[in-house]
Design a protein around this ligand. Structure first.
Ligand SMILES: [Zn+2]
Length: 379
């Protein structure tokens, strides 16, 4: 009897590991909501001016977003939420006036727009981001890490002050390294990037995954960069291919999280961007003249650059699909949302931050809408 009880206890022990919330945030730099929700843009797809290699994107039929981002549409939108499809009454904007990357990441990660951050210059961020603040909490100390393709992230996250683990740009991994990290360092050093300040996303992705396996962070931020840079080069085919690879990476990441008992069913995955970009022939660019100190030429004000999007999946995220927003949701709400998913109140520490997204209020809206639609159908 006693022995049976003991055996029973031993069998149960591995199951009784306490669930602890974790968060993974992935951003895709400069990815437009238009492609997120409608796939390839018919105005740009197969235009010789923007597309040099049509075979590369032949599979991404315009209007079929699930072909471009299968994981986002077949998994995240089914089991979680998405916001930003303007054609369906869903929107989220940046509130910063500049609509370029550093001001966008400041807003996304600190929770508010700082008018003093108006360029992409390498300036150490005077503001504390939610990553830095969470890393100061005893439960999360040394359990926060960020990997970025753009070399600005050590400045945006102010690693000098924050002491955060950040690997970005062309930085090799440092310290005691696994064989895989050593090999990635070698490959990275030998692989040319088409961009001066941004490495190819595959290195960011692989470094991040290896860090996840070795160090089990509770908050991991992965900032992908290729999409924006290919867009600036005017290469719509490469822009779409980069987006498709980003979606594939997020699918692999989610699979890896669900295969690991440390993360399974206790990890919130948030996906977003730093800014939108223009429409039609202006798709390559984004931002406002105010973002360029000393700019004297015609105002490069690219309409649509303020329009962003988000998607989320995980415990506490309702399976509400596309959320129709009643008021403008703001990029800055992400910071408090990250903290809330980990059980922390960011606004208590940073009153300037926007409140967390209220996904439960949104589902109420969705349900009442559905009832109204059913009522109408009943009539
Ligand atoms: Zn850009």
């Amino acid at each position: 009897m006693k022995l049976n009880w003991l055996i029973g206890l031993l069998v149960l022990l591995p199951l009784s590991v306490k669930a602890e919330p974790k968060v993974v945030l992935v951003s895709i730099d400069g990815m437009r909501w238009q492609e997120v929700f409608a796939g390839a843009d018919p105005a740009l797809y197969q235009q010789p001016e923007w597309v040099k290699t049509p075979e590369l994107i032949r599979a991404f039929t315009p209007g079929k977003a699930e072909l471009l981002m299968p994981f986002l549409h077949n998994t995240v939108k089914q089991q979680g939420i998405s916001v930003g499809d303007r054609t369906q009454g869903s929107s989220i904007n940046v509130s910063n006036s500049y609509q370029i990357s550093y001001p966008g990441y400041q807003e996304l990660l600190a929770g508010f727009a700082d008018p003093a951050i108006r360029s992409n210059h390498k300036i150490a961020n005077p503001n504390v981001t939610v990553l830095e603040w969470l890393n100061q909490q005893p439960q999360l100390q040394h359990k926060v890490a960020a990997f970025g393709s753009w070399e600005l992230f050590p400045y945006i996250l102010n690693t000098e002050r924050s002491g955060l683990t950040v690997n970005a740009g062309f930085m090799p991994e440092q310290g005691k390294l696994s064989e895989k990290q050593q090999y990635l360092n070698q490959l990275q050093a030998k692989t040319p990037s088409p961009f001066a300040t941004v490495r190819l996303d595959v290195f960011t992705q692989e470094f991040a995954l290896e860090h996840l396996r070795l160090h089990k962070p509770k908050l991991l931020y992965i900032a992908l960069g290729e999409a924006d840079d290919f867009a600036h080069l005017g290469q719509y085919d490469q822009y779409l291919a980069a987006i498709h690879r980003s979606d594939q990476f997020i699918a692999d990441l989610w699979q890896e999280l669900q295969n690991d008992p440390y993360y399974r069913d206790q990890t919130t995955l948030l996906i977003s961007t730093d800014h939108g970009r223009g429409e039609a022939a202006q798709w390559r660019s984004h931002g406002k003249a105010a973002a360029v100190p000393g700019y004297k030429g015609p105002k490069p004000q690219i309409a649509g650059s303020e329009q962003v999007w988000l998607a989320a999946i995980g415990p506490g995220i309702p399976a509400a699909g596309l959320i129709r927003t009643t008021q403008n949701w703001q990029q800055g709400q992400m910071a408090a949302t990250i903290a809330a998913a980990l059980g922390f109140d960011y606004l208590a520490a940073q009153p300037k931050a926007a409140p967390a997204f209220d996904f439960s209020a949104a589902i109420q809206l969705a349900v009442s809408d559905r009832v109204q639609v059913e009522d109408r159908q009943g009539l």
